[in-house]
Write a new protein. Structure first.
Length: 255
C-alpha cells in the first residue's frame, strides 16, 4: 500500500534523512525507531505530505502522493506527536470541523463523533473547551480525529503520549485490531517495549540512515538479541547508558 523509495531530506548542509526505503502492506505495522535526531520526525512529515523530499518519493498504491496530495490525505489518518488543537473549540466542535474537512457525510460524522467520544470516556466533556483538557484528554481527541474517517493508512507519532495506563492498554489492542482489519500502520515511538510487542515489522534509524529493517522477530533473531531494547543498544551505541547513569547518580547523591 505505502512504499517509501530512497527518501532523502536535507536542510542546507544538514542531511536529516539519507536513502530510507521501506514498504507497508495491508495488515502490517511498521515500528520506526531511533534516537533523537535520527530523522524520525522528518520521515513522518514526508509520509504525511507535510514535507517534500529532497530526492526519492513516497508512493501510495503505486502513485506518488504528490501527484494528488489532497486525494492521498483522504486515505491517511495522521496522529502527530504534539496535540496542537484549537483551544477555544469544544471536543465535539473540533471533531466536527475535522470530519467536515474529511468530507464525511454529516449524519455519519455526528454519529461517529458521539460514539467515539463515549468509547474514549470523553462524552461528558464533549461541550467543554479543549483548553481545559488534560494532555491525555487532548491526545484522545487527536486519536479520534485521526481515525474517525476510516483511513487505509494510519501514521502514529508517539501516540501514547499523555495516556493513562488503562487508555494505553486499550490503544495497544486497538492498533492490533485495526491491523487485522487490513489497515497499514506506521508506528513511530521511543517506547521500545510497546514497539516490540505491537509491530510486525521494524526499522531502526541512526543519523538518518537505516541500520536494521525487516520482520521484527527476524531482526531480533539475526542479531541474536532477546529484546528490541538490547538490539537497539547494540545497533545505536550512542552512549554508555549504564556508565552515564552511574555518573548522574553520583552527582545527585553527592554531599
Amino acid at each position: 500500500m505505502l512504499h517509501a523509495h530512497s527518501l532523502r531530506k536535507s536542510y542546507g548542509a544538514l542531511l536529516a534523512v539519507s536513502d530510507v526505503s521501506f514498504s507497508i502492506g495491508h495488515g502490517e505495522i511498521l515500528g520506526y525507531v531511533g534516537p533523537n535526531g535520527a530523522g524520525k520526525s522528518t520521515t513522518v512529515k514526508m509520509l504525511a505530505g507535510l514535507l517534500q523530499p529532497t530526492s526519492g518519493e513516497v508512493l501510495f498504491n503505486g502513485r506518488s502522493i504528490h501527484h494528488d496530495l489532497a486525494s492521498y490525505k483522504q486515505h491517511v489518518g495522521y496522529v502527530p506527536e504534539e496535540p496542537n488543537l484549537y483551544p477555544y473549540l469544544t471536543a465535539r466542535e473540533y471533531l466536527d470541523m475535522v470530519g467536515t474537512l474529511r468530507n464525511m457525510p454529516r449524519p455519519l460524522r455526528l454519529q461517529k463523533i458521539d460514539e467515539l467520544l463515549r468509547l474514549f470516556s470523553l462524552h461528558p466533556q464533549r461541550h467543554t473547551a479543549l483548553s481545559s483538557y488534560s494532555k491525555g484528554m487532548r491526545q484522545k481527541v487527536l486519536l479520534i480525529s485521526g481515525l474517525m474517517h476510516n483511513p487505509d493508512l494510519i501514521i502514529f507519532d508517539e501516540p501514547l503520549s499523555g495516556l493513562d495506563v488503562t487508555s494505553a492498554f486499550v490503544f495497544r489492542r486497538l492498533v492490533t485490531t485495526l491491523a487485522r482489519q487490513g489497515k497499514a500502520i506506521f508506528y513511530c515511538s521511543h517506547v521500545l517495549e510497546v514497539v516490540e510487542k505491537l509491530c510486525t515489522h521494524l526499522l531502526i534509524l541512526k543519523k538518518g540512515t537505516v541500520v536494521a529493517h525487516g520482520k521484527t522477530r527476524t531482526v531480533l533473531d539475526t542479531l541474536n538479541q532477546p529484546s528490541l531494547e538490547e538490539t537497539f543498544a547494540q545497533l545505536v551505541p550512542e552512549i554508555d547508558a549504564a556508565g552515564v547513569a552511574e555518573q548522574i547518580a553520583g552527582v545527585v547523591c553527592s554531599t
